[in-house]
Ligand binder design. Sequence first.
Ligand SMILES: Cc1ncc(COP(=O)(O)O)c(C=O)c1O
Length: 407
Amino acid sequence: MTTTGLRDRGDGGTFPYDLSPWQQALRAQFPIITAHPGLTYLDSAATAQKPEAVLHAVHTYLTTANANAGRGTYPWANASTELVERTRAQVKSFLSDPEPDRSTVHFTSGTSEGLRAVARDWLPDLLSDGDEIVVPYADHQANVLPWLEARDLLAARGIRIGVREMPYQTSSGDYDAAALARLVGPRTRFVATTHVHHVYGADMNVHRIRAAVGPDIPICLDAAQSIGHQPVSVAALDVDFAVFSGHKALALPGTGAVWARQTRGPRFTPGGWSGTPNTAGVASLAAALDWLREAGTDRIARWTTALALRLTDGLRHLPAYRILGCQTSLAQDSPVQHRAGIVTFRHRSIGASDLGFILFSHGFMVRTDGHCQGAAGEKTSSVRVSTHVYNTPEEIDRLLAVLGGLE
Ligand SMILES: Cc1ncc(COP(=O)(O)O)c(C=O)c1O
């Protein structure tokens, strides 16, 4: 059933070749990809490439309506204000917000700034002396450090809060919801979670967290690695915050948002004077969310998961490599089947940065370091391959051929 002439790897013939025409049409819309046929971008977990529609929207905005938003009454200023308000509504709808009248969207430069805003401008109002919060120490440090900063800030004011470590399952790398249920007590006030792990590519099974913690505790979702890669539904996950980076979802660098539900805990009001918004960035985010909706995040998930499984299977046959986190069994009931398009690994004897240089000499751009993991994360550098809709099975096969040559 292949349309590309590729041999099936151990994906059991399940590679979604039916999506190939769809994928080829979308790939053609990324100018930086088509302009560099000799290069393969495999670092989308760091930042994603931008389709023509996003670049066009930014150009159109800057050449027809560029003005400060929320100030002024002339047409360009009004158009900018409307753009920002319209995009707030669009973010709510993209996240399947069930009650858009009872939520806010605050634009930020990315997930780091967004999580910090939640920790700085909302969390302290929730907490009294002796309360506890749950923090995912093996996730991205952007989802660890802000909560510890909040704890230290409160301690300086004489309010001592306990920080409990989110429990993980050692076999699959996602959260251990049963252990979390045992950890949660009468003083637990807040739980920080991540949708998709940025190193392991694991779906963290956040849908199990609400049942584990009960109906009243606010949950914050770091959606940095899921936004634009798979459907993200705040309704289905029943979370109170969803924080993401626009630049990982095909929008410009310096874009992101905090979505906040106003029903559990105090109202989220970003503090301080935030100044001129990144209106061109907001224009790019609006265009990116439109593009993603049209492309279908469910199809993007099918495609990128299949790429990751192809790579996982190929690496399984190369003993010099060890995959981190997600297990290497490809059985239908294995958690690896739910992984996102991210695979991280080490070579038995070649260091990660050397491997990165070798791979780039073959045109592959991958991430090579510790990946900003929190304190409970991996201690040694590794190579992370992360995909998006523009990547192809041919690219994964070429990568595997190069990796195989280094056995
Ligand atoms: C899971 C996760 N959270 C947070 C961040 C931080 O995102 P940003 O650098 O856009 O602030 C990243 C970035 O890689 C991430 O992967």
